[in-house]
Design a protein around this ligand. Structure first.
Ligand code: SF4
Length: 211
């Protein structure tokens, strides 16, 4: 209910330049209360037209990736770092990302997911506050702390897995072992194992030498 109210509030958001070129704000899909939150970069043309995130070719591939581990939209909550389409599908600028935090932060606060799956560089870098790229960050478990600045007494943590963006996989279609697609299928299996309680991310991190 609160997420729907937030989505309604965002409908006329004028807070950054992306407001002037969008058809509509693309706020979310899936179910509030899901243990898995998926965060992409921003809406594309199909999403801008329909108002739903991940409905174009990349969205179809995302659905296939989720289906490979028996997950569907009814099991996840999906949103983007920016809620309005960047013209020409440009990577969101820092000021656009900063402005749209007014929506992502309360979304995170209301959702408090067990696992966050970030797709591609933009959401991964933003949520982990790093300049490292997806190639070096994917396939490993990271801790996400909210709020990042820890000024609140009610902070919480989730496990974060970065994964290649489906649009990148469409451009790099090889199924060769060790290629982006096979790595992605490996990553989503890990995510499912953590959701099911069959894998402990803290133990995985220690095995990889992380604190
Ligand atoms: S991208 Fe976010 S901050 Fe910018 S206008 Fe859209 S909803 Fe508002």
């Amino acid at each position: 209910m609160k997420l729907e109210m937030l989505a309604q509030e965002a409908r006329d958001c004028p807070a950054c330049r992306l407001a002037s070129s969008r058809t509509q704000v693309v706020f979310h899909d899936g179910v509030p209360g899901a243990a898995l939150l998926i965060v992409g970069e921003g809406p594309g043309a199909d999403e801008d037209r329909t108002g739903r995130p991940f409905v174009g070719r990349a969205g179809v591939l995302l659905d296939r990736i989720l289906a490979a581990v028996e997950l569907g939209r009814q099991d996840v909550y999906i949103t983007n770092i920016v809620k309005c389409r960047p013209p020409g599908n440009h990577t969101p600028e820092q000021d656009e990302i900063a402005a749209c935090q007014r929506w992502l932060r309360p979304q995170l606060e209301l959702l408090r997911p067990k696992v966050i799956l970030t797709l591609g560089n933009t959401p991964t870098r933003h949520l982990l506050d790093t300049r490292q790229g997806i190639t070096s960050l994917r396939g490993r478990w990271h801790r996400y702390r909210h709020p990042p600045e820890r000024t609140s007494g009610s902070s919480w943590e989730a496990w974060l897995m970065p994964m290649f963006h489906p649009a990148y996989l469409l451009r790099n279609d090889s199924r060769a072992p060790g290629g982006p697609k096979s790595l992605t299928w490996r990553d989503i299996r890990e995510v499912k194992a953590v959701l099911d309680g069959r894998l402990d991310p803290a133990r995985e991190r220690r095995a990889q030498g992380a604190p």
